[in-house]
Every structure is written in C-alpha cells, then in structure tokens.
Write a protein that binds this ligand. Structure first.
Ligand code: AHR
Length: 553
C-alpha cells in the first residue's frame, strides 16, 4: 500500500468509531507523543535483541486451498476460456495480490477432500477427465446449489494446474495424500508424476504432456488429513500402521528432500498426540516424520457467532478463543517430547482461522464462506505473533482457507475480486518471514467485559512480537481493546532506534467489511515518524493491528 501523507494518516486514524452493537471507539490518533507524554504511558514494550527465539520459518506464512465450495472453482480457477482475466485458467487478480505478500507454501487438495481424492482424475487432457461427486456435496450448507463444481468436481483443476498456481505466486506446493480410500501404491504414483525425472516413467511422461518436462520437486507431503475424523476415523495405532506404509520403505524420492507430515491432533488433544507419537516410534517410523500437523479453529458462541453482527462479548470471546493457540502449541509440543526427546519433529499448524457459525455470503456455492472484519484481522495478527513467539516449535502454518471460505484473504465471484482485512495483515507482517524472532515483553492494562452469566472476564490489552534482519527490526502489535488506545513506551535493549515507519490497520466501525463495491473500507495506512517523535510513547489505537518497521542505528 502506498504511503500517505502524515496529516491524512492522522485524520484517518482519528475517524475510528464503532457502530451497530458497539459503543463508539474512543477517538485516538496513533503515533508518537514525544517526551512530554512519556510519563503518561500506560503500557510498556521491551524488545530484547540479544534473546533470539529462532528463525521464523517462511512456511509459517502458508495458505490452504481445498476443493470445497468456492475455493478452487470461482476462486483460484476460472478456466482458460473464461472472460475473467486469467493466466492459464488461474485468476490473475489473485496471482497479482498473492505476489505482494510473498506466500511461502500452499496446501492442497484438502482437508477432508484429500481423503476422497484420486489424483489420477486430475491429470491428462482436461476434456477427458472424469467428473466426480465432491466430498462436501452432502453438506447441508450446499442445499441450494443444484449442481456445478462445488458438488460435482470436473477435475479441470488438478496436479499440474496447482503446480502452475504455486509457480506463478512463488510458493512451494504442500500436497495431502489420500490415506482413507486409496492404497500407498497410488501415492507412490503421485510422487512419480510430480518428481520423477523427465521421460523416466509413464507418469513423468504424462506430466511432460501437460507442458512440464522438468519435475516439480515437491517436498512437502501430508500423509492424510485429520486421521482421527474425516481422514478415516483411525485410532492413533491404526493410523501409524498406514503412515508406515505411505512414508516408509520404498517411497520414490528422486533426490528430493521429502518432508512427510503426520496427521496430528485437533487442538490440544494430547491423548492423540501421545499415542500417535508413541505408535510411530514403536514402528520405527518416527524418523520418517518431518512435521506433526495440528488444527486449531477459533470461534465465539452466542451473539459472537456471526461474522459481522457480533457484540462486545463476541469481540472478546473470539480473541480469547484465537489466543488459545499459544497454550495449544505448548501442550502439544510438551507431549511430543515424550517420544521425541530432542524435538526433531516440528509442529505444522496446517489449518487455523476463525470459523464463524453464521456469515453473510457472496454466493451459496461458497460453502463455509465467511465475511471478514477487523475482528478477523486481529485474529490474524495475534495468531501470527504467537507463531513468531514460538518460532523454535512451529515450522509451518496454513491459514484456512485462501479464498471464498473460512478466514479468507479474498472473496471472488465471476470477475469480481476483493481483499479482506486479514489479507492486509499478511501484507503488513510479510517482513517477519525468515527473520530472527527476538523475545518481546509487553505489559499493558488488561481489558474487561461481562460474560453471559454476568461475571467479569479479562484479556491482555496489548500483545505482539518482534523479529530482526540485519539492522531492520519489525515489531507487530495488536490492541485488543474495543475502546481504549494504549500509550506504550518502547524500549529496544541492545540497539538504538534511528527511523521508524508505522503501518496501522483499524476500522471506522468494527462491523465494517471490504466488499466488491467498496473494496477499500478497511485498509492500512502508513506514516514515517520524525526523529523528534521517536523519543516518545507510541499510541496504538483501539481495535487495531500495527506494524512498526524500525531501522536500528
Ligand atoms: O477447512 C475445512 C475443513 O476443516 C477441512 O477440510 C478439515 O480438515 C477441517 O475439519
């Protein structure tokens, strides 16, 4: 996003205010207040440059695309003969927007869909591919949709189309194998199609016929998905048996550093984690596990359940639910250690996001499509900050799902396309990728609200993370308070601040959304701070996500 003059930035930040169900947000410009206000700081942020946590894996900025509702068809894929601007059938607007945020990895084809998918249906000449019933065809949410690819998948989008999409946006593919309904032998064939040298096998010749003689060299492979549920209803021990078959002896490697990901727990299910890790160890399969997947969706009950029409309680309940990610990571990580003392196996949070119960949708074929407000942007910011603070544990994460679905970065329909507030957080946070996470201590007054039974609840007021590349320090902060700005004194231990650029995402009303007609309602604003301003206290507006790009002296 282009810089805007400081005066305009202040004016736009001053416009903050909530409508509909919520009290108006206290009017509060963001920015530095100078020495005079330092004594008035109510919060404190201390960045400890000499306390590194670990490198933030670029793969933490991963995405997820499933053959579900409008994610692939009407989302990623419009088809080669479409009037919608496309590159080989892939929506051009999506490619352009993704390039801006430097995506590292994209997971495909599911989700639950993966364990019903035969990759062989999606290769070869497009007009000869079979049409199959989609895994999600029976979902009650699709009841109004007579037909179309959300119910009956034409397989127009298959392995090569997905590889092209990843290449266009500069991301690595992360494939999920079908463990529930296909044998390991078929999975071996998929590895051949993707990674065998040109002309070596029948499958690599089929890939060449699709235009790609060079192998895709795909290294990330999920062995199933949610094996405890839609991925087969396995016990951990049964799944470990399957895992050994899929990832064990004889898997064709073709010189690629294959990284297998085992299907781990839903949230903090330590029982599944403990039994699976133990069963894999007992079968000598643990050294074939690169990552253990974990899924955590957040949600708010009652009046917080709608994506847009939430109340004060719904605001905080969702943030509390999202913030559980930190304790879930700690619990699963601690349990993994029982079988893997050195923590060679890392965590892969390959589904996360806010899953709202009800949500205004763009099109009824877009199953689970959920509008996105600044509340979802805060979920995005605080979750990415949690991943940074746990950079030594989390090796990959994939927000669910990229477009027209749960916690999406985009909505599209026909030739219409719009980016959500969560997309803007990804753009703001992109500088963290591959950087060294450093310990960041934040103290601020807690925020409070009334629970359904009237009891007072509380939550942190300000939180964030910092990372370093050379002399460039990135600090990202979320202010969870609906109404109160926070004046934070900023201390960088081990460095001096030379210059700073602030980018702030806030909304006029917390119910505001970006729509096809009005795409720029919730967008970030950027301002450079002068040397004089750098000596003071930074004001974080209420209900906001902020990035401070700091140049150290
Ligand atoms: O993201 C939607 C679904 O949620 C996925 O298919 C599944 O893995 C999870 O339960």
């Amino acid at each position: 996003m282009a810089d805007i003059p400081r005066r305009e930035f202040m004016r736009s930040a001053l416009a903050g205010g909530a409508a509909l169900f919520l009290p108006r947000i206290a009017r509060a410009a963001s920015g530095f207040g100078g020495r005079a206000r330092a004594a008035l700081a109510d919060s404190h942020i201390e960045i400890l440059l000499d306390e590194p946590i670990g490198t933030i894996a670029p793969e933490v900025y991963g995405h997820f695309t499933e053959h579900l509702g409008g994610v692939i068809y009407d989302g990623v894929w419009v088809g080669t003969d479409s009037k919608v601007p496309n590159i080989g059938g892939i929506r051009k607007a999506l490619v352009d927007a993704m390039r801006v945020i430097r995506p590292s990895v994209v997971r495909w084809p599911g989700g639950c869909f993966a364990d019903s998918y035969d990759w062989r249906d999606g290769v070869g000449p497009s007009d000869q591919r079979p049409t199959r019933t989609n895994f999600w065809a029976g979902d009650p949410g699709l009841k109004d949709v007579a037909g179309g690819p959300a119910k009956y998948d034409t397989n127009a989008f298959g392995t090569s189309e997905f590889a092209h999409f990843c290449r266009l946006i500069g991301a690595q593919p992360y494939m999920a194998a079908n463990v529930r309904t296909l044998p390991a032998r078929v999975f071996d064939g998929w590895l051949e199609y993707c990674n065998a040298p040109a002309g070596a096998t029948t499958w690599s010749k089929a890939r060449a016929a699709a235009g790609d003689s060079a192998p895709y060299d795909i290294k990330y492979w999920g062995v199933g998905n949610e094996a405890w549920g839609c991925g087969g209803d396995f016990t951990p021990e049964e799944y470990a048996e399957e895992y050994r078959r899929f990832a064990g002896w004889g898997v064709p490697e073709f010189g690629v550093d294959l990284r297998f990901i085992a299907s781990g727990p839903s949230g903090a299910d330590v029982e599944w984690t403990r039994r699976l890790m133990g069963a894999l160890r007992d079968r000598n399969s643990l050294d074939r596990v690169w990552g253990l997947s974990m899924h955590h969706y957040c949600s708010a009950p009652d009046a917080g359940a709608d994506a847009v029409a939430f109340d004060e309680r719904g605001w905080y309940d969702l943030l509390v639910s999202a913030d559980r990610m930190e304790t879930v990571i700690a619990a699963v990580w601690e349990t993994m250690r029982e079988a893997d003392r050195t923590h060679r196996v890392k965590l892969v949070v390959d589904e996360w996001g806010a899953w709202h119960k009800s949500a205004p949708i763009v099109d009824p074929s877009h199953l689970f499509e959920s509008q996105s407000t600044i509340r979802d942007a805060l979920v995005t910011g605080l979750t990415l900050d949690i991943f940074h603070r746990n950079a030594d544990k989390v090796a990959m994460a994939n927000v669910a799902q990229l477009i027209n679905c749960i916690h999406s970065l985009f909505f599209s329909h026909g030739d219409q396309f719009v980016a959500t507030p969560s997309y803007h957080v990804f753009a703001m946070y992109a500088a963290h990728q591959g950087a060294q996470a450093v310990r960041t201590e934040v103290s601020a007054p807690r925020v409070g609200w009334a629970a359904k039974d009237g009891t007072r609840q509380s939550f942190w007021g300000l939180n964030g993370s910092a990372s370093l590349v050379g002399r460039d320090l990135t600090l990202t902060v979320t202010n969870a308070s609906l109404t109160e700005p926070r004046d934070a004194e900023l201390v960088v231990r081990g460095g001096t601040v030379q210059a700073m650029r602030a980018t702030t995402l806030a909304a006029r009303s917390v119910h505001d959304v970006n729509s096809f007609a009005h795409p720029d309602v919730v967008v970030p604003v950027t301002a450079d701070l002068t040397a004089r301003e750098l000596n003071g206290v930074y004001r974080f507006p209420p209900a906001s996500v902020t990035k401070l790009a700091i140049r150290l002296g």
